[in-house]
Design a protein around this ligand. Structure first.
Ligand code: ZN
Length: 415
């Protein structure tokens, strides 16, 4: 089968593990704490977002709301395509500056401009957004056993459903140093904005630099791209907090001041979570510590991580049935031909849809346990450079990739 493609994500381990925020992650906290505290001070109080209040100027570009009666709805029984992104690069000059992380960012990310072009192309090719929670649902079979089934899914005639998911929407310290936005904030009209700093160090509130706000803005301009109001599913770890807010605990040291700051960050992220939900975003687990599920971690470690995610992330975003495998690594080394102890444990904790990464939008409803496994395609530097054909149904990499800002690492297609 073509779905075996997790090796491409192995290098991401290095990238995402470089700067840990604390907790049980290994001792590289110094790099992390530096920019973590920068983010904290940017977040401190609510003054940051109130004094520089992001104000909507997008009213006049918004189209009429989507009218569900204006289209003919038809059943969709085919493949539901699924694309996933990491946070997008806001400032290529910071991301692709030749430092140790530049090539990893080139491999696994797209720029904000590339991302917008990908959305536009998907829209032009007739894709419409559905939420991953819409695609399958849990029921009982004739014998009373809980099973997952494909939902009856309707789309406007001529359209094709598309699920989007976004991994590691945590605004890790290394991202803050490398040209990504710092956090999501809520503007005075309830819309989401990103906060960050431009290369000159100026505060920037924008709706054009972050994957979340770009998609929201695109959907406001093109309501028929999201006939159900769906956006994407945000795949969150917990070890650096969530959504740019440092809501995590640290088991190595914990002072009253740390706890007070954590409580402040928790209060600050709540309206962001509420605004995301109101906009149509949903949430999934990416494990607390971005841990490997393939068998190198003990069951006790996986249980502790899962509990910690529920305590520190689930408590803020609500329960979820969706699990996105860190590094794409499948539980027990194989989630398809077998159902191992790690998979069974994760399923017992409420997960029903288990997402890896692959070369097609593969999905399989497991027969022996109430669960679905699926693969996602990955628009990023590697596939823009080397998998143009596979993504032509969504976009032509030639039209998307911005070779002017990316490192000179070649492409496999003819110019
Ligand atoms: Zn990840």
């Amino acid at each position: 089968m073509m779905r075996r493609c997790t090796c491409i994500l192995l290098a991401l381990l290095t990238l995402l593990s470089l700067t840990a925020c604390g907790g049980t992650k290994s001792g590289s906290a110094s790099a992390g704490s530096l920019s973590s505290s920068a983010a904290d001070s940017a977040a401190s109080g609510s003054s940051a977002q109130e004094t520089a209040s992001p104000t909507s100027h997008s009213g006049d570009e918004d189209a009429q709301p989507f009218d569900k009666n204006s289209v003919t709805w038809t059943d969709w029984t085919g493949v539901v395509e699924h694309l996933f992104f990491h946070p997008v690069v806001a400032y290529p000059e910071l991301a692709f500056d030749g430092d140790a992380q530049a090539n990893g960012i080139d491999d696994y990310m797209v720029t904000a401009d590339e991302y917008l072009k990908i959305l536009q192309s998907c829209y032009d090719k007739g894709y419409v957004l559905v939420d991953i929670n819409q695609v399958w649902n849990e029921t009982t079979d004739a014998s009373g056993k809980a099973v997952m089934v494909r939902s009856e899914l309707k789309v406007p005639e001529g359209k094709k459903p598309l699920v989007l998911s976004f991994d590691d929407v945590n605004y890790y310290p290394y991202m803050l140093e490398n040209g990504f936005t710092y956090k999501l904030v809520v503007g005075d009209n309830g819309q989401l904005w990103s906060y960050g700093k431009d290369p000159q160090g100026n505060d920037v509130y924008s709706q054009d630099l972050d994957a979340v706000t770009i998609l929201d803005k695109f959907c406001r301009a093109h309501p028929d791209f999201s006939p159900y109001g769906a956006r994407g599913c945000l795949s969150l770890t917990g070890y650096c907090g969530i959504l740019g807010y440092r809501t995590q605990t640290d088991t190595k040291s914990w002072t009253d001041a740390q706890e007070a700051n954590r409580q402040k960050e928790i209060e600050a992220v709540k309206p962001v979570v509420a605004a995301l939900k109101a906009e149509g975003w949903t949430f999934g687990s990416h494990t607390w510590g971005h841990i490997r599920l393939g068998g190198s971690k003990s069951m006790a470690e996986i249980q502790a991580d899962t509990q910690r995610w529920a305590n520190e992330v689930g408590s803020l975003v609500g329960p979820t049935k969706i699990l996105f495998y860190p590094h794409g690594e499948r539980p027990d080394g194989d989630d398809w031909k077998k159902t191992g102890p790690i998979f069974k444990y994760l399923q017992s904790q409420g997960f029903r849809v288990f997402c890896s990464v692959g070369t097609e939008s593969f999905s399989y409803i497991k027969k022996d346990i109430c669960a679905v496994i699926c693969d996602r395609l990955h628009p990023d530097g590697t596939t823009l450079r080397h998998s143009r054909d596979r993504y032509l149904q969504f976009y032509d990499a030639k039209d998307i990739i911005d070779l002017k800002v990316r490192p000179d690492r070649g492409v496999s297609w003819a110019n």
